[in-house]
Structure formats: C-alpha cells, structure tokens
Design a protein around this ligand. Structure first.
Ligand SMILES: C[S@@+](CC[C@H](N)C(=O)[O-])C[C@H]1O[C@@H](n2cnc3c(N)ncnc32)[C@H](O)[C@@H]1O
Length: 280
C-alpha cells in the first residue's frame, strides 16, 4: 500500500483525462503508428487510467504491461478495464480487451519499480509511460531510470506530473503559507528518497536531453470549478491540508480547509513530457 485509494483515483480520472495535453498525446500516437502491436509499459499504473486515456489514440493491436507496487489497485485495474471494454477474456493469463475495433492485451505485475529496473525490459517495450507518478520519485532515481532508458533507446511519455503551480479562487490569506507547507511535504520521501515533487519534469527533461533525446513538454493543468468538480475540489483540498499540516500551524490549516466550501475555481499545474531518441 502506498496510500492511493481506488476511490481517489476514480474521483480524479475524468479531470485527468481532460487535462492531458492533446498535442503531446498525438505525437506519441504518431511515433507508435509504424508498430503492428507495440508493447507499452505503464509505471505506477494504479487502476489503469493511463491505458483508458492513451489506448484509444493508438493502433488496432496493443500490448500493455501494467506495473504497480499495490496489489489491491492492480485488482481494481483488472475489474475496471473489464468494465471499460466492450468485451474481455483471459488468454494465457493475459487479459484481452476488445474496445471498438481495438484488441488490447494486458499483463499485470506487482513490483516496486524503485528497486527493480529489470522488470521494465524483460521484453523490450516500444514505450514506457506513466501518469501522476514522477513527482513521487527522487532526482537520484530519475537520473538512474533515464540512464536505463537511454541504454535501451526506449521512448518515454509521462503525463500529469505536478508542477507546483496552484491558484484557488477566491483567494484566502492562508493560501501562501499552506502552499509553501504543502511543497515542503512534496519533497518528503515517497519510497524513492527525497521526492523531486514539482522539480520532477525539469529533472526528466535535463536527464533525457543529456542522454541525447529529443524532449517535448507541455502544460496539462486541472482546471476545476465548484459546479462541475465539487467532490474533487473538496477531497483535493483536504489532502493538501493534511499534507501541509506537517509544516504549518494547525489554525492556518483549519481555516484554509474551512474556506474550501467557498472556493469557486482552482487551477492545479501539471506537465506532460515525451522524450524519444533522436534517430540519426
Ligand atoms: C497518484 S497514483 C497514479 C495512478 C495512475 N497512474 C493514475 O493516473 O491513476 C501513483 C501510483 O504509483 C504507485 N506507486 C507508488 N510507488 C511505487 C513504486 N515504488 N513502484 C510501483 N508503483 C508505485 C501507487 O501505488 C499508485 O498507484
């Protein structure tokens, strides 16, 4: 368990899909179009949201390998992917999904990717991807991870990495202190060493550029309002308050959390990144 519940991942899925940067998604889809059945490895897959967003952009046959440390979330992934598909069956231990004209074979592994890079390359993938994952990792781990991908010339696509930008409207006097405390919490160890938090995209960008990759980044913010996303705004704000409470006065947190009921809009910054080897 790493503390991400299936309920929280379900609550955010619609906003996540709406926020993904379309241009980068199309570049990724284009880059895979020459493969008959690309193998795509999804790190920290949770309940399979990244597959549900990306697979529809790709070709008729795909093979996915979903990796997560949390066996419970992988069990939810199997269920939710079956529900998402028009039809699903198990063939030689793989789950095969039929979605429109697409046939998507899915394998699942419970693994701690902090410790095990080998699992990424058991069979060389055409793409390694992840969603809402890299801010949990550390600068040191990112550097070692990128070296592995560069050695294997593997393209990489990650979406929805938190970038530290937050605007809550109307604003409240405690906003600055609570955000600063939340950012301190972002730097705490999430299993990979001191977390890169909002610096993760810059770390990835620099490491891939050093490795001779072409790197594209683009914003993918959540743009939330109280009419359409009341539960997500409340749940997100409560989570930020709980994290910030490690470093801020209890009174400031209580009054910030009380104010959540009066917020009309929130913009939460994320970045998407696609890195691919430059073909000489
Ligand atoms: C914020 S959730 C994102 C889940 C999913 N990608 C999505 O977009 O809904 C982060 C995920 O990373 C997984 N995770 C955290 N540390 C991990 C590790 N060391 N190895 C593998 N997965 C990990 C968690 O279990 C969780 O499913």
């Amino acid at each position: 368990m790493t503390g991400f519940s299936a309920d929280w991942l379900a609550l955010r899925e619609e906003a996540d899909h709406a926020a993904r940067n379309e241009d980068i998604g199309f570049q990724v889809a284009n880059s895979l179009s020459s493969h008959d059945c690309p193998l795509i490895v999804d790190l920290g897959s949770g309940t399979g949201s990244n597959l549900r967003a990306l697979a529809p952009l790709l070709g008729l046959k795909q093979h996915w390998h979903l990796i997560d440390i949390d066996a419970g979330l992988l069990a939810h992934a199997k269920e939710q992917l079956r529900e998402w598909a028009d039809y699903a069956e198990v063939v030689h231990k793989s789950l095969v999904l039929y979605w429109g004209e697409q046939q998507i074979t899915v394998d699942f592994s419970q693994a701690d990717v902090c410790k095990d890079f080998g699992i990424l390359f058991n069979k060389p993938p055409q793409l390694i991807t992840s969603a809402a994952f890299f801010d949990l990792t550390s600068e040191q781990w990112i550097s070692e991870f990128v070296q592995q991908l560069v050695q294997h010339s593997t393209p990489f696509y990650t979406v929805l990495t938190y970038d530290g930008d937050e605007q809550w409207h109307p604003s409240y006097p405690e906003d600055k202190a609570v955000l600063a405390a939340f950012h301190r919490h972002q730097g705490m160890d999430k299993g990979f060493g001191p977390a890169a938090g909002p610096k993760a995209t810059t770390c990835l960008q620099q490491a891939f550029s050093l490795g001779g990759y072409e790197v594209m980044t683009a914003p993918s913010p959540w743009v939330l309002n109280a009419q359409e996303h009341p539960d997500l705004m409340l749940c997100l704000g409560q989570g930020i308050g709980e994290a910030a409470a490690h470093f801020a006065e209890a009174e400031a947190i209580t009054s910030w959390q009380d104010a959540l009921h009066y917020r009309r809009h929130a913009v939460i910054g994320h970045q998407d990144l696609f890195a691919r080897p430059i073909i000489a």
